[in-house]
Design a protein around this ligand. Structure first.
Ligand SMILES: Cc1cc2nc3c(=O)[nH]c(=O)nc-3n(C[C@H](O)[C@H](O)[C@H](O)COP(=O)(O)OP(=O)(O)OC[C@H]3O[C@@H](n4cnc5c(N)ncnc54)[C@H](O)[C@@H]3O)c2cc1C
Length: 405
């Protein structure tokens, strides 16, 4: 994208990061009459929006509210989320005549392509007369008497206010960087330790070996982790992989999982497996694996029994003691396992942690100790569930900031 404006220039607002939050913020500020420059180091615009939602961008969730977000300071996101709601974003989408549909649980996707959302945000930036510097590397950000001075590969840029919208650490291949965290540290802000979230969980190779034949099996489960205030549970689809577990259920729980802690999975929710197996025993001539295959997917029944209770599946259910049936049923209802780790930032959809919100103003996203410096989007310690929530936070924090700068 061509740089417009003079090489050395002064603006009211410099937004660093032209992703979801940055473009939204720049558009809103520009349309308020602020002179805005939007800077990004990537060659292609908004790659994360492009690849999101399998190319169709799950751009919001109809039911998004503070309860769908994880943060060291859970109330922080309330203000921005209530001032810019999914309905507001839908109104914008409607103005740009973008067709969309609801998948499940309030998840809203483009009918055609996530490119529609990128085009919409570009058009909104154009309507606000936003100047672009892209690709452009920001070498330093310094504070002076009259605001900030940025040294960049496209020359010096002066700005009264700087907005950091450089996102989280996942997927460095498409431009993610730790820039936002470095700037936060440079200006003395605290960081909540970042970690990959919405990410597949892995297990050590030896303990996972018996479950490898289940790779590809998918089913709806209840999944939980933690206890007390740290407890979380979801009903979603689980996917077995060669290295561990994935699918929405695991992505959701991964955001709450603490290293070293177990996760607990009910592989047959809504089925009273103990009662059903004991009932099937009376006069049952079938093998246990066949009986179980009537209650859960066949491959799961066969392979899970082979892995967890070798030899039992081939025995006739009538010949098995109640105790063994109870053990099988309870093992499937409360399958407890401790992941060794996650697939990391290469496969994570978001970063947990980030700039500590206790140092930010919830109305304006401005650093309390550094007037004129704002942080929005994923770089902030507000992490949404899977299902359009992270974009809603990007839009809402971008709008809150764009209205304030
Ligand atoms: C595979 C995948 C699928 C996803 N699908 C969804 C989905 O369907 N729904 C949903 O809600 N969320 C989804 N997410 C999460 C969502 O994409 C992010 O939470 C969201 O994009 C965050 O917005 P942001 O503006 O904070 O950061 P980003 O959109 O990541 O934008 C950050 C921008 O900053 C730029 N940047 C980074 N470092 C620098 C630097 N040093 N200098 C200059 N520029 C820099 C980047 O190039 C980028 O353009 C998905 C994520 C991934 C990885």
């Amino acid at each position: 994208m061509a740089a417009d404006g003079p090489r050395d220039a002064a603006f009211d607002v410099a937004v660093i990061g032209a992703g979801a939050a940055g473009m939204m913020c720049a558009a809103v500020a520009g349309q308020r009459g602020r002179r805005v420059v939007l800077i990004d180091h990537a060659r292609r615009l908004a790659e994360k929006i492009r690849i999101s939602g399998g190319g169709r961008c799950n751009f919001t969730n109809r039911d998004a509210g503070p309860a769908n977000f994880i943060s060291g300071n859970p109330h922080f996101c309330r203000s921005a989320l209530s001032r810019y709601t999914p309905r507001d974003f839908l109104a914008l989408v409607a103005r740009h005549r973008i067709a969309w549909h609801e998948k499940h649980r309030g998840q809203l996707f483009c009918d055609e392509s996530s490119e529609d959302i990128i085009r919409m945000l570009r058009a909104e930036c154009d309507a606000g007369g936003v100047a672009w510097r892209m690709p452009c590397t920001v070498e330093s950000v310094e504070r002076g008497d009259a605001g900030f001075m940025l040294r960049t590969s496209s020359g010096a840029i002066g700005a009264e206010r700087v907005v950091i919208a450089t996102g989280g650490l996942p997927v460095a291949q498409i431009g993610a960087s730790d820039f936002g965290l470095r700037i936060a540290r440079q200006f003395g802000l605290k960081i909540v330790e970042p970690r990959p979230a919405l990410v597949p969980l892995t297990f050590d190779a030896a303990s996972w070996q018996p479950f490898v034949p289940l790779a590809g099996v998918a089913l709806e489960v209840d999944i939980r982790t933690g206890s007390g205030r740290g407890a979380a549970s979801f009903r979603e689809d689980l996917l077995f992989t060669h290295r561990g577990l994935s699918g929405p259920a695991v992505l959701q729980i991964s955001s709450y999982w603490q290293p070293g802690e177990p996760i607990v999975i009910d592989l047959a929710p809504d089925v009273d497996l103990v009662a059903d197996l004991l009932a099937a025993k009376a006069g049952g001539r079938q093998h246990l694996a066949n009986v179980l295959a009537g209650m859960v997917p066949r491959r799961l029944a066969e392979q899970w029994l082979a892995a967890a209770h070798p030899g039992l599946g081939e025995q006739r259910i009538a010949d098995l003691p109640d105790k063994a049936l109870r053990q099988v049923a309870e093992g499937m209802k409360r399958w407890t396992l401790t992941p060794s780790g996650t697939e990391g930032y290469r496969k994570a959809e978001v970063m947990r942690g980030g700039v500590d919100t206790r140092g930010l103003d919830q109305q304006t996203m401005e650093a309390k100790a550094v007037p004129g410096l704002h942080f929005i989007g994923e770089v902030v310690d507000v992490t949404g569930w899977l299902g359009g929530y992270n974009f809603q936070w990007a839009w809402a924090s971008g709008v809150a900031c764009g209205q304030a700068v």
